[in-house]
Design a protein around this ligand. Sequence first.
Ligand code: TXE
Length: 484
Amino acid sequence: MNSGNFIKNFIGGKYVNPISGEWLDNYEPATGQVYSQIAKSDKRDIEAAVAAGENALPIWRSTALEDRFRIMNAIAEGIERRLDTLAEAESVDNGKPVSLARKVDIPRAAANFRFFATAIMHYASESHHMPGVAINYTLRQPIGVVGCISPWNLPLYLFTWKIAPAIAAGNVVVAKPSEITPMTAYLLGEICNEAGLPPGVLNIVHGTGPDCGQAIVEHKNIKAISFTGGTATGARIASIAAPVFKKLSLELGGKNPNIVFEDADLQQAISTGVLSSFSNQGQICLCGSRILVHRSVYDQYVEQFVEKVSRLRIDDPMSPNAQIGAVVSAEHKAKILNHLNIARQEGAKIAYGGQEYQMTGRCKDGYFLQPTVITGLPNNCRTNQEEIFGPVVSIQAFDHEEEAIALANDSPYGLAASVWTENLNRAHRVAEQIQTGIVWVNCWLLRDLRTPFGGMKNSGVGREGGWEALRFFTEAKNVCIKHN
Ligand code: TXE
């Protein structure tokens, strides 16, 4: 496995330097030190990647489904064989506890390839009979060269969540991981070669959003863009892609409500609430950053929630005991601290945390923050309206169901929600009215990959997952054959 000191582009099945000959510093969040260099690519590298893809397209789009199935499962096996190496690389790059990468990120990357390897084998299309006149059948064909742009919070997990359905459907891919967490995407190239993926089917180009990501969005031969990242960036991508009629899937930010009714299983709601607020240092678009608790159980919830949060172990991400690692970058740490200052100015009570966390030893210069619990703020303030995307949660009380629903929906975002109640009627009634793309009842992050995944409002457009992803990465053509 390459050491990865120089994170090169992977184009046409080969690791190559950026045409610019320039490199970007790649920092380890736990230490605040540069630990590798990443290719500083631009539109010239994207041009080369598109050319490699176009060379591979005729072969790949006509590759038998059984062969795609076999190769994609071989990629999954390659990822699984390298579980420890990839988990460590993910943790070093992102700052998340290595235990989380080993348990969630890397196994899910393998699962993404396995899921779409089988999905493509069972992907049927339709026919429509006009009795005595004609038969219509629908061909679902690959789009061609597609662009996949992914963020830093779940690096390999979200990178492969886009690539797997795209190649399963017969497309070739130009993919760009976040420049903040490029390592596992870099390591994926070799795994694809070993699995027998034809050169040029997957091309991985590293670099910044404006220099490299934007070149993918602008390239005239890239006909679909699947993006996960910030809402502002999503809007910029849409402004470029829409006028040239590119297909777009945008998975953006969230400010997810976690609603706890008076009849909830409170212990379960509290322990899962701590996970949904602080997993991955709160850097998951699905994190429950606004907790709404019925007033009758509010004091008990806050007291026991804070007690559990106070026992979370902030540690070196490489430590097996770490539950809270480093946030992803110095800039992101500063953004989160700024949000905490805004919360204070808005009158927040910091029920727990609120400060930087000073580590020692090799992590003394790392980007560590205490998990923070805020109370006492109304919903219509910046703290409860803006995505902070860090280890910060705000808890509010409500008095009745209609108020809880109104508070939950009082957000520019609409990605996910959790609802805690033992009342079946209320569960269905509330789930129906919450304006999010995903509603979990008495659980969080329980994922069935067959289900549609995506948000409403400023959380994006399009759906990933299951048949939705295969539909996104194919063009439907209707063939109508008249008969006498
Ligand atoms: O995302 P960006 P970042 C949210 C979260 C976070 C904010 C910004 O609030 O603080 O987004 O995070 C590439 N054309 N989420 O900075 O900037 C970029 O290089 C094309 C929620 O990571 O959107 C990277 O590969 N590409 C999200 C990817 O887009 C561009 C998870 C994401 O970068 C580009 C992460 C451009 N003009 C952050 N500018 C979720 N929904 O999970 C940047 N990029």
